[in-house]
Design a protein around this ligand. Sequence first.
Ligand code: GLN
Length: 485
Amino acid sequence: MPHNHTLLELSKKLRSRDISALELCTHFLDRIEGDTKLNAFITSDTERALQQARVADDALNSGSASPLTGLPIAHKDIFCTKGLKTSCGSRMLDNFISPYDATVVERLAKEGVITLGKTNMDEFAMGSSNETSWYGPVANPWDTSRVAGGSSGGSAAAVAARLVPAATGTDTGGSIRQPAALCGLTGLKPSYGRVSRYGIVAFASSLDQAGPIAQTAADAALLFDAMAGFDPRDSTSLDKKFEAASSSLEKPLKGLKIGLPNEFFDSGVDSDVGAAVQAAVARLCELGASAVNIALPNSAAAIPCYYVIAPAEASSNLARFDGVRYGYRTNDPVDLTDLYERSRAEGFGAEVKRRIMIGTYALSSGYYDAYYLKAQKIRRLIATDFDRAFAQCDVIAGPTTPTTAFKIGEKMDNPVSMYLNDIFTSSVNLAGLPALSIPVGFSGSGLPIGMQLIGPYLDEAKLLNVGHCYQQTTDWHRHVPGEFA
Ligand code: GLN
């Protein structure tokens, strides 16, 4: 069945005309429509998708197609899509129809990629489990009583259940890698500045990056190459040319040095997770790599540092939602203050309000030095740890998350335990580095386990190369949850 194929396999079938873009599109739309268990989508866009598929078929027939032409994907509902609802998982934007496309959406569309719909996500991308969405939680296809991970949980669940062959996500503190790990997928968080943030609803602007969630590293490379690149509309976008990551996937791993930070393998990690990651490192060593122990001494400070900086930036970014310009507006306000207050009180959910309060507090004049400025200094120490580590190794490996997927509801009453899911991922965003999560096995109870590979700044090609070589000799990425196979 076409849904069990990777993007690259589907691309071949499209080009050889074994299948038409229209057939492929209809097949996946039917799967999306037919799903009643996951809540992975906020919006699906049948008419437009079919129209795009017809255009793709014309290009394929006339020989003017790119390798991506006719491939269907879904976008996280944080990406602005022209003429289509862009809710960011929030009641605040439930009525927002974007007047323009995000650069990521525009670039992929230009290559002929078809948008099947918009995926569910934590409200304003704040969460580690996709339970803070105004549209309800997303279930994990491997066990629907468990979370899919967040905040790009809809994208991950949709790909894991093969409702789409791949999807986009964003990652501020782990939101691509963590749901990829919990759903058995490959997720790439690119270096800060590689992918344009234009048209992505802002959460924490110095940390946000967009990237692909796919079945394989090769598919992730295909999407990443199309998404990335300089964009004058994003002032933090890097104006530099790069070789396509897809062109170095096959490079032999001989001589590769993998750094193993002690801090990533300590007692907080589930034994199943630790063992699977160690086994994956051993496999990479069989392929010619070697492992060295390294230290990331400021790792423990990453969570407190991230949970000051991210809410501080969020409190500023979310000030624009005032009930006046666009988005949710309360009924019958008595005056302007009442309009602001009730629009925000009713439009935002509990987690978003918590972040706004923490961020506003950390930035207030009396506490700025004690919290925000201090966090910025710690951020520098964390980045320096990575610089030192990369003097000794080419990539750093460890678990993506300390545990496998937990039960829906299990951590919702305890924000601190929820925040601790980001322990291995948030430091990467603080340092602006690229990182890849790949599936490396299953727990005793059959839940997927992810390994995170962190690279030096701008070396996503190396990470994808390592991921691809690993996937050439393993088949974890081929497993599909039984119910959805
Ligand atoms: N879990 C983290 C948070 O809630 C990261 C979210 C993200 O990467 N968007 O802030």
